[in-house]
Each structure stands twice: as structure tokens, then as C-alpha cells.
Design a protein. Structure first.
Length: 274
């Protein structure tokens, strides 16, 4: 991927925050979803590294793409989990070569700092962090003064390291507003109220085909679930009909085969007769 393109740079996203512009962000997993987001004018996409390749980058068009670096046992890069700063650095440079714009990293401060020191735009995580769920449980984080202060200290540390953005997940709205307004970090809000710098949802929630628990902050704009179920049922029916056709000898028929003229075939048989 070339360095020259029409999609936003980090500098542009920061300028949008400074101007108080609304930013919309979606988590996508397929080229069709990425292309739909680009066509709809969504500014930012989150794509896990395992789904990010040249086809996804092309489908994402002018969207700013945050690539998720797998964390510990949550995924692997080149067949093994990321463990050291060098592992993360290698993965980030790999995705950068494919056209990534920023890189989600939930690892330790020292690892995040190594990425920042190498001028890689890093997106951290504040609030409910799925990869740390053993320590917090599935709940809002920051509803007490002490927890809110801990979020602020974490935000300050990320800013000091040089982190560009952070997923701000399931944090009380007024706390989220304070963090957004008092930090240069781009706060990507997921269940963090209207004052986060960006609003971030999963495509499966927006389109209503999520099979997982629907979060409180999720909002369904189109219910594609029944349509996708219908398409899957039709797909299975088509596959069954095909198998039955093969089993019965109905496929392939003459129109699916290539013919050879009688005289040519006779000549062939004579030439190979032993």
C-alpha cells in the first residue's frame, strides 16, 4: 500500500476531535461489511488482524482502519501468540504494510510505549477491557469515585506514553465526558455516552444478526437476522439438491459436458489401441 491516499491520517482524526465533529466507527469482519461502511461514509473501522488483508483494505475504501493486534491467548500472529514488544512491533509493521492506519494493543504500558516510540499509532483500552475480564467481571467500570480516578490515571499514563486513541468501553457518561475533554486521546466510545469523541458499534448489533449477548449500548438499525437465516436455509437446500442430483446421475447432463465428434473419437481410439 502506498503512503498517499484519500483516507484520514491520525492528524485528521485529531483535528476532528479538536473541532468537536461527530465520528462514527464500526467493527467489521468481512469485505462486504467494510465496503458497506465505506459507502455509508463511516469514518473509522475496527478490523481484527486475522481478518485484515489486502482485500479488506481495498474494501474499506477511504475509512481509517484500526487493526486489532491479537492479545495473549486471544489470537495469534504467524502461528503464535504475541508476547514480547518485538512480537507486537513485528505484527504492527506487517499490518502497516497492508495499509493499516492505527493498531489496537491491550498489552502492558512498556509494550505500548515501544510501539509509540516507533511512531506507530496505538489505540489502547479504558474501562471494561474484555482481555482483562477476570479482574473486573462483565460490568460498567468507573461508577465509583475511586474507579473513576483509576480510569483517569490510566488515561494520563496512556497519554504520557504517546497513545493515539483508546476504546472507552462501558464507562459512565459523565466520566467519559471528563476523560474525552481533558485528554488529547481520541476516545472511541462503546457504551460511554454521547460525549465520547467517536461512537463505536459492532456490525452484528447494528444489522441485527448477532448471535452473542446484545450489549445495553447496542442498537439495531436493520434486522437482517431472519433474512440471513433464510439465505442459509436456501443455501443448505441448494447443496442438498446438488448432492441428490449427483447421487441420482442427473448431474452432469449433456449440456454440462464437452462433446467430441464421432470421427475424431474413433480416430483417437484407433491411435491408442494396443
Amino acid at each position: 500500500m502506498g503512503m498517499y491516499h484519500n483516507r484520514p491520517h491520525v492528524q485528521d482524526i485529531r483535528a476532528m476531535k479538536a473541532r468537536g465533529e461527530k465520528i462514527s466507527m464500526l467493527f467489521v469482519t468481512t469485505p462486504d461489511e467494510a465496503a458497506a461502511a465505506a459507502a455509508a461514509g463511516i469514518q473509522m473501522l475496527s478490523i481484527e488482524g486475522r481478518f485484515f488483508d489486502a482485500e479488506m483494505r481495498a474494501a474499506a475504501g477511504d475509512c481509517f482502519v484500526q487493526v486489532g493486534l491479537p492479545y495473549g491467548g486471544w489470537g495469534s500472529f504467524n502461528g503464535r501468540p504475541l508476547a514480547t514488544a518485538e512480537d507486537y512491533l513485528r505484527a504492527a509493521f506487517h499490518y502497516a504494510a497492508l495499509g493499516g492506519d492505527a493498531y489496537y494493543c491491550a498489552a502492558s504500558y512498556d509494550i505500548q510505549k515501544v510501539l509509540c516510540d516507533n511512531h506507530i499509532p496505538v489505540v489502547g483500552h479504558i474501562g471494561l477491557i474484555p482481555s482483562y475480564i477476570s479482574w473486573t467481571g462483565w460490568r460498567a467500570v468507573g461508577k465509583t469515585a475511586a474507579e473513576a480516578e483509576a480510569l483517569w490515571r490510566h488515561t494520563q499514563m496512556l497519554e504520557k506514553i504517546g497513545v493515539f486513541g483508546a476504546e472507552l468501553e462501558v464507562v459512565p457518561d459523565r466520566v467519559a465526558q471528563f476523560l474525552s475533554e481533558n485528554s488529547s486521546i481520541i476516545m472511541l466510545g462503546m457504551g460511554a455516552g454521547k460525549h465520547a469523541d467517536a461512537q463505536y458499534l459492532f456490525t452484528e448489533d447494528v444489522c441485527g444478526y448477532g448471535k452473542n449477548h446484545k450489549p445495553r449500548h447496542g442498537k439495531v438499525y436493520r434486522n437482517l437476522g431472519p433474512e440471513l437465516d433464510r439465505i442459509q436455509a436456501e443455501r443448505i437446500a441448494a447443496f442438498k439438491d446438488y448432492k441428490a442430483d449427483v447421487d441420482s446421475g442427473g448431474y452432469p447432463a449433456a449440456e454440462h459436458s464437452v462433446a467430441i465428434k464421432d470421427d475424431e473419437f474413433d480416430a483417437f481410439l484407433k491411435s491408442v489401441k494396443v
